[in-house]
Design a protein around this ligand. Structure first.
Ligand SMILES: [Zn+2]
Ligand SMILES: [Zn+2]
Length: 269
C-alpha cells in the first residue's frame, strides 16, 4: 500500500441537522481551506445531507463517507459507511447490530458493557475538557480499539480541527486502516471563539424557523425531532455531552473492570 498518510475528518454536521453550513458550503470549505482528503458527513439521525454531499463531492476533488450520528438510548454513536438511515432512540446494542448489518463501522467516544465497536473516537475537537478526550483514548487503548479523531464541526471554521490520520488517500484506505487498527487521531480543540461563533450562527439560522412545539409556540430552534432545542433539559444534555460526564465514568469503569480481569487472570495463572 502507498505509505503516504492522509487526513480525514469523520465527524461533520450540516444544516440537515444542527450544523449551520449547507452541504455545498462544507464541501467548498474542505476543498479550498483544508488538506483533508476524505470527510464523513454525520448529521444527527439523518443521512440525507451525507448522500447529497457524496453526490456532489467529485466536483470538489474530495471523497465523502455517508455517516450518521445516531441518538441511541445510551447516547450518541457514529455510524460510518452506511447506505440506509438508522432509527434513533434504539438501545445502542441494537443500533450497532443495524450498522454492522449494512457493513458499516460503529464508533463511540464512550463504551458500555460489551458493545462490539469498531473504533473509539479518541479525539473530538468540540469537547470542553481535554480529560474527556484522554479518557476516551485510554478506553480505546485498554480495549485495543483503533482511535479516530474528528472535529464534530457544526460550522465551517471548525472543519478539520480534529482529524484522523490514515495510510493512503481514499475512503477505502481509511476503512482498511480502521479495520487493521492503524489510524491515529490528531488536531486541536475548538476555541471558545469557535463555541461563541457557532452559538451565534445557530441562533441566527434558527430564528427564522417557525416552532412546531405545541406547548411553547415559540420562534426558537428545532431540527428533526420538532422539539424546542432551547428547553432546559436539552441545554443540560448538551452541556453534559460537552463535558462527557457519563462517558468518562463509563470509560473509567471499563478500565477498572479490565484491570480487575487482568489481576484475576494473574492470580489464577
Ligand atoms: Zn450536533
Ligand atoms: Zn456530532
Amino acid at each position: 500500500m502507498d505509505q503516504t498518510w492522509s487526513k480525514a475528518d469523520i465527524h461533520i454536521h450540516t444544516t440537515y441537522s444542527d450544523g449551520t453550513a449547507g452541504v455545498e458550503a462544507v464541501l467548498e470549505y474542505v476543498a479550498t481551506r483544508t488538506d483533508l482528503r476524505v470527510i464523513a458527513i454525520t448529521d444527527h439521525d439523518t443521512i440525507e445531507g451525507a448522500l447529497k454531499a457524496r453526490r456532489l463531492a467529485p466536483a470538489y476533488g474530495i471523497e465523502v463517507i455517508v455517516g450518521e450520528e445516531v441518538s441511541t438510548a445510551e447516547g450518541h454513536l457514529l455510524a460510518l459507511f452506511i447506505e440506509r438511515p438508522l432509527a434513533p432512540k434504539q438501545p445502542a446494542a441494537t443500533t450497532i447490530a443495524a450498522v454492522h448489518a449494512q457493513s458499516g463501522l460503529c464508533i463511540a467516544a464512550h463504551v458500555s458493557h460489551d458493545w462490539p465497536l469498531d473504533a473509539i473516537e479518541g479525539f473530538n475537537a468540540s469537547l470542553w475538557l481535554p480529560r474527556a478526550n484522554l479518557a476516551a483514548a485510554a478506553t480505546g487503548a485498554v480495549l485495543g480499539l483503533p482511535l479516530i479523531g474528528g472535529s464534530d464541526s457544526h460550522h465551517p471554521a471548525t472543519i478539520g480541527l480534529g482529524y484522523t490520520l490514515f495510510p493512503g488517500h481514499t475512503a477505502a484506505d481509511l476503512r482498511y486502516a480502521i479495520r487493521t487498527r492503524v489510524t491515529r487521531p490528531g488536531g486541536a480543540s475548538w476555541r471558545w471563539m469557535h463555541n461563541a461563533e457557532y452559538i451565534g450562527l445557530w441562533l441566527r439560522a434558527r430564528a427564522a424557523r417557525r416552532c412546531r412545539c405545541p406547548l411553547l409556540k415559540c420562534r426558537r430552534s428545532h431540527f428533526q425531532s420538532g422539539f424546542c432545542r432551547l428547553r432546559p433539559s436539552f441545554l443540560f444534555r448538551s452541556v453534559q455531552t460537552k463535558l462527557m460526564l457519563p462517558h468518562r465514568r463509563a470509560g473509567e469503569e471499563i478500565a477498572h473492570r479490565h484491570r480487575a480481569g487482568v489481576r484475576r487472570a494473574a492470580e489464577r495463572g
